[in-house]
Structures are given as structure tokens and as C-alpha cells.
Design a protein around this ligand. Structure first.
Ligand SMILES: [Zn+2]
Ligand SMILES: [Zn+2]
Length: 265
């Protein structure tokens, strides 16, 4: 049974798909549960993609569909919040204003630059870029706690046009982040889009996943990051085998922001 805990609909600026079309596809796939996690990224510095969210409409739609699909599909009310250090209050307010089942805490920007556009990397060696990114995450997770799982922790690898540095060059800061995540009772996600984009490393990387496991981390969700129906549970067979091979025994879902464990295989 697959649990896709990272999906988007047209409530997100970067998805063309009506929410209903995503849910209809999820019903066809007979999955255990889907979390709809549309984007809210306060302060995102691209006027064409402000990643605002129409909160009231979004929640009305989710609640309506939870009723309409009852018995056919379990739907978790989620959100993917983009965290930036000068927008902590906005992120906190959004997280607390509604009753979410699941909140992904993501870093699409660091130090004021969106990773997607590549300027974040300007003038930095790969080691500097990775260290800056993970230090930014660490600093923000120190003060911002309104999330369930950290989204695509190594996004910095996805948008870099250079080879990733050796893990030991930034392992210390990753360890600090993972220790904090575990101590705070939060988790991480395995984002299956790395297979879709043929990335050199998984998301997060094998080293990060192994470190998380070795530190005692157990809360892990799986998410396709689908923005269209055809990508729901994309590469989940690979992902579940991968987690098992790394020694993880459970995959998590969330309800009212509390983790629930499901045995793998
Ligand atoms: Zn994201
Ligand atoms: Zn996403």
C-alpha cells in the first residue's frame, strides 16, 4: 500500500491540475492515502510565481472532497510551507490558522535567493553552496517548529549545475539538522522526484538517509511531489525497496499532525 504525502494541485502556482483530477487519479491507483500539500511560500522573490495560497478556498475544497471521497480515498489536509528567515511569522501564522494533518517544511530559497533560478550558486564553490544551504536550514529550524517533515532536504543538489561535494564536506551541519529534527519529534520525507529527474543522488541522498537512520530517526514519509496526475506515486516501488534496503521498517502518514507508522512490505 502506497502513501503519497507530497502532491500539488492548481491551488499551487506551478500546477495546472484541478484538485479533483488529482484525487480521481489517486482513487484509480487504489493508494492508502494521499496528502494534498499545495505551496505557500511567503516572500518568494518571483512576481510571476508568488506561491500565495487562497487558504479559505483551499480548505473548503479539501473538506468537501474529504466527504465526497470518503470510503474510496483517504485525504490528508496538507501544505508545503516554504521557509525563509525573514518570513518566519508569516509561515507560523499560516501553519497555525488552519487545522492541517500534515505540514512539509521546505527551503526553496536560501539567503534570499530561489535555488531554482540558480543565482544562489553564483560565486560559490559546491562546498560553499551546500554548506550555506544546510546552515540556512539549521538556523531556520532552530526557531521555526510548525512542520511535520522536512521536504526534499538536499534540494541544493537538484538545481546545482556542478557535481555535488563529498558528503564529509558538509556532514557536520547535516548531522546537526537531523539531530534537531529527531529531538523535536519531526521527520523527513523521501521525495521520489529524484528518480524522475535522473538525479545523481536520491532526495535526500543515501548518506543523509543512513545518517538519519543511525541517529535513530524513524519518522519518514514518501512523496512524489506530483504536480500532474500521472506522477502520483511515481517510482514508489523503487522508493519502498530502497527504504527497506537502508534498514527502515516503517513509512509514516500524518493525521492532525501526529505520525502514524505503517510497516514496509
Ligand atoms: Zn518543494
Ligand atoms: Zn512540492
Amino acid at each position: 500500500m502506497y502513501f503519497d504525502f507530497h502532491t500539488h494541485s492548481s491551488f499551487s502556482d506551478d500546477s495546472p491540475t484541478p484538485l479533483k483530477a488529482m484525487l480521481d487519479r489517486a482513487v484509480e491507483l487504489h493508494i492508502g492515502e494521499i496528502a494534498v500539500t499545495d505551496h505557500y511560500d511567503p516572500g518568494y522573490p518571483d512576481p510571476e510565481f508568488p506561491f500565495e495560497l487562497e487558504f479559505d478556498k483551499y480548505h473548503q475544497a479539501l473538506e468537501k472532497y474529504q466527504d465526497e471521497y470518503a470510503g474510496r480515498l483517504k485525504i490528508a489536509k496538507g501544505i508545503e510551507i516554504g521557509i525563509q528567515s525573514d518570513q518566519i511569522d508569516a509561515a507560523r501564522k499560516a501553519a497555525q490558522a488552519y487545522d492541517y494533518d500534515y505540514i512539509i517544511g521546505s527551503f526553496h530559497c536560501a539567503l534570499g535567493e530561489p535555488l531554482y533560478e540558480g543565482h544562489f550558486y553564483d560565486g560559490k564553490t559546491p562546498v560553499q553552496a551546500f554548506r550555506d544551504y544546510f546552515e540556512y536550514i539549521y538556523d531556520n529550524f532552530k526557531v521555526y517548529k510548525d512542520y511535520c517533515c522536512a521536504g526534499h532536504l538536499n534540494l541544493v543538489a537538484r538545481y546545482s549545475d556542478q557535481e555535488s561535494p563529498a558528503f564529509k564536506e558538509y556532514a557536520d551541519i547535516v548531522e546537526a539538522i537531523l539531530r534537531m529534527i529527531i529531538e523535536d519529534g519531526k521527520g523527513i520525507e523521501l521525495n521520489t522526484s529524484s528518480w524522475r529527474y535522473n538525479m545523481a543522488e536520491t532526495c535526500p541522498s543515501k548518506e543523509i538517509l543512513e545518517m538519519y537512520r543511525d541517529l535513530g530517526g524513524e519518522i519518514i514519509t514518501t512523496g512524489s511531489d506530483a504536480h500532474t496526475p500521472d506522477k502520483i506515486t511515481d517510482h514508489f516501488e523503487t522508493a519502498y525497496e530502497y527504504l527497506k534496503s537502508l534498514g527502515f521498517r516503517y513509512v509514516c502518514t500524518f493525521s492532525e499532525r501526529k505520525s502514524e507508522f505503517h510497516k514496509l512490505g
